[in-house]
Write a protein that binds this ligand. Structure first.
Ligand SMILES: CC(C)(COP(=O)(O)OP(=O)(O)OC[C@H]1O[C@@H](n2cnc3c(N)ncnc32)[C@H](O)[C@@H]1OP(=O)(O)O)[C@@H](O)C(=O)NCCC(=O)NCCS
Length: 313
């Protein structure tokens, strides 16, 4: 066996340029699409954050990564999440990725851990690492090419949207708790500040209650990502989708827009179908899995989760 130990090095929370290399590689080989500033977001917003990267020392080139975040709200069980598990194709099969995955697991210890397992790896996470409390359905990646988006769709006038700054933030957090079983006020406040992000809150005009909110983000690789979109019904979701999209400057210049949602929520594909005249793609992508305790999510209100690296919803 060749001794590779002097050629490679494992770094924890390395400089941004290593994270940027991960985004470049994973974008090319897997089609992953994030923002370069997500690294700052995870470091700032979580109660603990470790980005493990294997690099080739001489060239300072990225080889493999895994990202570990800790959400530890007061008086709630801490929850760790793993994301950005990636290895450049030419280095796969050498055990380097698995080694940093194990380093992350060592930090987690006996606490609850979650990740979004992609279709190919999901059974392995369950059998090898005890991530066997799994969601009963897959999360779909549903994409509309922007040339197929037609905003000329009838929308109910029972709902109205407002910009985030016109709304009592505490009420937004209260609504968030109806969808997300963990308290994450600070985290979402930081999320709303991410650059290239457009957020609106939707109200039921009759009751004055918040019935949803969405953020649409401009990602690398000319993509838009709906993340998150929560709504109590499809009509409120439709209002949100329309009102946020038109606010994004030159939204038509992007290649496509993507939703990540549970297969069981047929309202998402209905909505997407309405706005695309049936021209969209939807494929099984991943599912939520946990080690200790499964955290159920009200999928019927989730039109798109916020972030497939570390968010549970
Ligand atoms: C997932 C990935 C990082 C693993 O890297 P790798 O170099 O292939 O894995 P290693 O050489 O370190 O490990 C070798 C073995 O452990 C398995 N393995 C690696 N990481 C694992 C994990 N976290 N859980 C379970 N099994 C794992 C591999 O499949 C392989 O098993 P096999 O010999 O039975 O086929 C790499 O395949 C990759 O980048 N894939 C594309 C991105 C992706 O899908 N990431 C996962 C997102 S959830």
């Amino acid at each position: 066996m060749t001794d590779t130990s002097s050629r490679f090095e494992t770094l924890v929370n390395p400089p941004q340029e290593i994270f940027d290399q991960l985004l470049k590689w994973s974008g090319e080989t897997e089609g992953w699409s994030f923002q370069a500033t997500d690294y700052d977001f995870w470091r700032d917003a979580y109660d603990g954050y470790w980005f493990f990267a294997v690099i080739e020392k001489e060239s300072n080139s990225f080889v493999a990564s895994v990202s570990l975040a800790l959400l530890a709200p007061e008086n709630e069980e801490p929850l760790y999440s793993i994301g950005m598990y990636y290895c450049r194709p030419e280095f796969r099969g050498n055990g380097q990725a698995l080694e940093i995955f194990r380093k992350a697991l060592a930090i987690v210890g006996d606490h609850n851990l979650t990740l979004w397992g992609v279709v190919d790896l999901s059974p392995k996470y369950a059998s090898k690492f005890g991530l066997d409390k799994v969601n009963d359905c897959w999360h779909m990646c549903t994409t509309i090419k922007m040339i197929h988006v037609n905003l000329d769709v009838p929308i109910s006038d029972e709902y109205q949207t407002k910009g985030l700054n016109e709304v009592d933030r505490q009420k937004v957090h209260e609504f968030d708790r109806t969808v997300c079983p963990k308290t994450r006020n600070r985290l979402m406040d930081r999320w709303f500040q991410c650059p290239q992000s457009y957020t609106k809150v939707v109200f039921d005009k009759a009751s004055g209650n918040i019935v949803g909110y969405t953020t649409i983000r401009i990602m690398l690789k000319r993509k838009l990502s709906v993340g998150p979109m929560y709504a109590m019904n499809k009509a409120a979701a439709s209002r949100l989708f329309h009102d946020v999209l038109v606010e994004i400057p030159e939204w038509r210049m992007h290649d496509d827009i993507c939703f990540l949602h549970a297969a069981s929520n047929a309202d998402v594909t209905d909505l997407v179908s309405e706005y695309s005249g049936g021209r969209f793609e939807s494929k099984e992508f991943m599912r939520g899995q946990y080690t200790k305790q499964f955290i159920p999510i009200p999928h019927q209100y989730v039109y798109s989760i916020s972030d497939c690296a570390h968010a549970i919803v």
